[in-house]
Design a protein around this ligand. Structure first.
Ligand SMILES: CCCCCCC/C=C/C(=O)SCCNC(=O)CCNC(=O)[C@H](O)C(C)(C)COP(=O)(O)OP(=O)(O)OC[C@H]1O[C@@H](n2cnc3c(N)ncnc32)[C@H](O)[C@@H]1OP(=O)(O)O
Ligand SMILES: NC(=O)C1=CN([C@@H]2O[C@H](COP(=O)(O)OP(=O)(O)OC[C@H]3O[C@@H](n4cnc5c(N)ncnc54)[C@H](OP(=O)(O)O)[C@@H]3O)[C@@H](O)[C@H]2O)C=CC1
Length: 278
């Protein structure tokens, strides 16, 4: 996607993009890199990262890629230190790595719940704390962008990720306040349903339902999300902090993927019936 931004917008800066090996993360790494940033990407699968690094390098982007599971603090610390050594001090962190699986709240196992909360909430905090302490706070400069999801009306069908992303949204506000003194701005981006390698794993009929339930009647693209992230990571957003930005064709306002069962409403408790008589 052609960028509206100046070619040298991030010249001399280092940006870390977690989950930069695919989808929104790779689109963001490409966008920031083409705008001049040196790029560090991580993910769990080394082969995927190597392929992404090759794509970025072919576009003339200086890139460091290494495997790192954001749920493991030791791996995070090692990756964040390696970025400093290889590329220098990072001023941009995009917490994009994450994921979950569809489930109902009554059936999700304890391990399934934990896996998703660790991935989306713990991992995001571990990476943010580590990058802030080693890179941003000492330099008194930083922009953190957290990729969450549209949890404005809960997240029926994925209770674990809804809770975790709401946690990240709240964390975004807290860190925006705590780290304003260090010139670190923290914002979140909430994509609607975006066509990526991630959503390709969802059943096509669910994606079509999402399209129908989106006021703009289409799914988003990774490039569109990357442009919003680039804005929030740039100096144009210098006075913007603690905010969640929806990029969802209006989906947080109208339409839902979750169909509520068309069951008989339960009888009201006696007290309600009593009050209704008055
Ligand atoms: C189209 C309709 C609306 C769509 C809205 C879409 C909005 C969001 C889109 C996206 O996020 S796109 C990104 C998509 N990519 C992913 O989501 C990848 C997700 N997967 C992972 O990251 C990991 O698999 C995981 C979920 C973090 C789990 O990783 P982990 O390695 O820790 O798992 P395990 O040790 O294998 O299992 C732990 C526990 O979790 C249960 N579990 C794992 N995966 C699934 C699954 N697909 N379905 C059901 N349960 C799953 C697993 O069974 C284990 O529990 P127990 O069985 O031991 O109780
Ligand atoms: N596409 C959509 O419609 C929406 C996506 N999102 C969120 O946006 C983000 C990007 O998703 P998208 O690009 O669509 O999907 P992808 O599956 O392509 O991207 C997810 C990336 O995160 C990485 N990742 C996942 N878990 C970990 C982990 N524990 N440690 C390190 N890296 C990890 C994956 O790499 P690897 O497998 O190598 O670890 C992968 O590169 C995710 O957080 C997703 O949940 C939110 C709302 C909607």
């Amino acid at each position: 996607m052609p960028s509206i931004f100046r070619k040298d917008l991030f010249q001399g800066q280092v940006a870390i993009v977690t989950g930069g090996g695919s989808g929104i993360g790779l689109a963001t790494a490409t966008t920031l890199g083409e705008l001049g940033a040196k790029i560090a990407i991580c993910g769990r699968k080394k082969e995927k990262l190597d392929a992404a690094a090759e794509t970025l390098a072919k576009r003339g982007i200086e890139v460091f890629a290494d495997a790192c599971d954001i749920r493991e603090m030791e791996q995070v610390t090692a990756f964040v230190a390696a970025v400093k050594e290889k590329l220098g001090t990072a001023s941009v962190l995009v917490n994009n790595a994450g994921g979950q699986f569809p489930t109902t709240a009554e059936t999700v196992s304890a391990r399934g719940w934990e896996a998703v909360v660790r991935n989306n909430l713990n991992g995001t905090f571990f990476m943010t704390q580590s990058v802030a302490n080693l890179h941003m706070i000492p330099a008194k400069r930083g922009r953190v962008v957290n990729v969450i999801a549209n949890v404005a009306r809960g997240f029926p069908g994925m209770v674990h990720t809804g809770a975790a992303r709401a946690g990240v949204e709240n964390m975004t506000k807290t860190l925006a306040i705590e780290w304003a003194q260090y010139n670190v701005q923290v914002n979140a981006v909430a994509p609607g349903v975006i066509r990526t390698s991630g959503t390709d794993q969802y059943p096509p009929e669910l994606l079509e339902l999402s399209r129908e339930r989106t006021p703009m009647k289409r799914l988003g693209t990774a490039g569109e999300v990357a442009q919003l992230i680039a804005y929030l990571a740039s100096d144009a957003a210098f006075f913007v902090t603690g905010v969640t930005w929806y990029i969802d064709g209006g989906a947080h306002l109208w339409g839902d993927n979750w169909i509520i069962a068309d069951a008989e409403p339960p009888p009201p408790p006696a007290i309600v019936a009593e009050l209704a008589k008055e």
